[in-house]
Write a protein that binds this ligand. Structure first.
Ligand code: EPZ
Length: 426
């Protein structure tokens, strides 16, 4: 059993803040932790995962693993202990899976571990349809037969056989599913045009610790030599680079001088470059990062790309900063074409943003105005909190449950560095 949190629907109330000061500790990466949890279905035994954030997506993933016959428990030191017996069920219940998209990461490991899986198809997101065609083609290349129904997909493979797989695009989710299936396939799998995100390298490190033979994760060619069996292990999740970006963007609006602890600056290269263009100074310090911002930010141009390019998850955060910058900025979203719904909410606060297709023209204003706005997804919600720091009056952000999906102790962490933020029951 996990500690059961209640994820109450509540608003975020934010008032203008700054300058920020003090230090904040960054938690483990949501988008790594969820995939490592899915990989625990691959082998029998007791896993100990450290730095798994206490967020609602993790809570939902615990529920799914329990529905497969596994057990999950938070130890007193915060580590997540997951136990998997000699067998695992491969039909996760529809109602549990359709709640969150990361459950698609179960397809690869479950088909590898049990020979079959039936799982709900992921719904669309607030930023558009999110197909899984590349995941399925990758698994088919390993010999699986896939059958897509109206609500779910069934994948069957008596045995998986290594193959050379060229992904059309370096999809994070497709790379992870193929990787988790290939570790137990017969022979060698080569994944070409693989995603290079740090979360992929973390997953490969975890799988290698389990006894897998994965080479090249973090580069665009991953080579996997299948093994007969894997074992349960202990692992510490990498720090969340998007949480770090969120705190740095807050500093960009509120100004001040802060230290972030538990940060991998080697994962933040392009972000630090862009923050530098805006006039935010950063410098690695031990396992963390020192950052300072004074005066007004400068306008700059930003475009999202797969890693090592600028992450799509950073864009709403950076756009929030640029709405208050000195000058005009151009921003382009290349990864999720429909990820723009936060723009109208920022405009509601007085931001001057023109949208043309997947491009934005942001004319910086001196101040925004606090008002009632809605968080339509997790990073959109974070962007509104950031913008509210530079708005006159109070900003009330509804849809706070989106932030609970991905940010652990968000309010407490921000309050610790001087942000005036609280929650009120909606
Ligand atoms: C992961 O989503 C993250 N989610 C996203 O974070 C992140 O924005 C994204 O990677 C990009 O970095 C998780 O890790 C749970 P993709 P994923 O497959 O794996 C298209 C968050 O809230 N595509 O790299 O779904 C797809 O539509 C989330 O933290 C296909 O067309 O991203 C998109 O346009 C938001 N067919 C592009 O590829 C496929 O089969 C990139 O998607 C797969 C993807």
């Amino acid at each position: 059993m996990v500690h059961r949190h209640t994820w109450a629907v509540s608003d975020f109330v934010v008032r203008p803040s700054g300058p920020l000061s003090g230090s904040v500790s960054i938690g483990g990466a949501k988008n790594s932790a969820l995939k490592l949890m899915a990989a625990c279905t691959l082998a029998e035994g007791r896993y100990v995962l450290r730095d798994v954030p206490q967020i609602s997506d993790v809570h939902h993933m615990c529920g799914v693993l329990e529905s497969l016959g596994m057990s999950t428990e938070r130890r007193e030191d915060g580590a997540l202990v997951i136990e998997r017996g000699p067998s695992v069920i491969s039909d996760p219940p529809y109602e549990l899976v359709e709640r969150f998209r990361a459950s698609t990461a179960l397809m690869g490991p479950l088909v590898a571990a049990t020979g079959r899986v039936r799982i709900a198809l992921p719904g669309g997101d607030n930023f558009g349809t999110r197909p899984i065609d590349m995941h399925l083609r990758g698994l088919e290349a390993l010999g699986a037969i896939t059958e897509v129904g109206e609500r779910d997909v069934q994948i069957v493979a008596r045995r998986l056989i290594g193959a050379r797989i060229e992904l059309d695009y370096p999809s994070v989710g497709a790379t992870e599913n193929v990787l988790m299936a290939a570790v137990l396939a017969e022979g060698r799998t080569t994944i070409c045009n693989a995603a290079r995100e740090p979360e992929i390298a973390d997953l490969a490190a975890f799988l290698n610790r389990m006894g897998a033979q994965v080479l090249g994760a973090g580069s665009s060619t991953i080579i996997v030599d299948g093994v007969d069996r894997l074992r349960a292990v202990e692992h510490t999740v990498i720090p969340d680079r998007i949480e770090a970006a969120t705190v740095l963007a807050a500093l960009g609006v509120a100004g001040g001088e802060i230290t972030l602890r538990n940060v991998r600056h080697d994962h933040l290269g392009m972000l630090m470059e862009k923050l530098g263009h805006m006039g935010i100074r950063t410098s690695p310090e031990g396992d963390g990062l020192w950052a300072m911002a004074t005066g007004r930010r400068s306008a700059t141009n930003v475009a999202t790309l797969p890693y090592p390019g600028l992450a799509t998850d950073y864009l709403p955060l950076l756009v929030a900063v640029l709405t208050l910058a000195d000058g005009t900025s151009f921003a382009t979203e290349n990864v999720f074409a429909g990820r723009f719904r936060y723009v109208s909410e920022l405009a509601h606060m007085g931001a001057d943003i023109g949208v043309d297709g997947h491009h934005m023209v942001i004319k910086g204003v001196k101040r925004l105005t606090g008002t009632a706005v809605e968080a339509v997804d997790i990073r959109a919600g974070a962007a509104l909190v950031i913008a509210a720091l530079g708005a006159d009056g109070e900003t009330v952000i509804s849809g706070g449950d989106h932030l609970d999906r991905g940010y652990e102790g968000f309010v407490d962490k921000l309050r610790d560095i001087g942000v005036d933020v609280s929650r009120s029951l909606a």
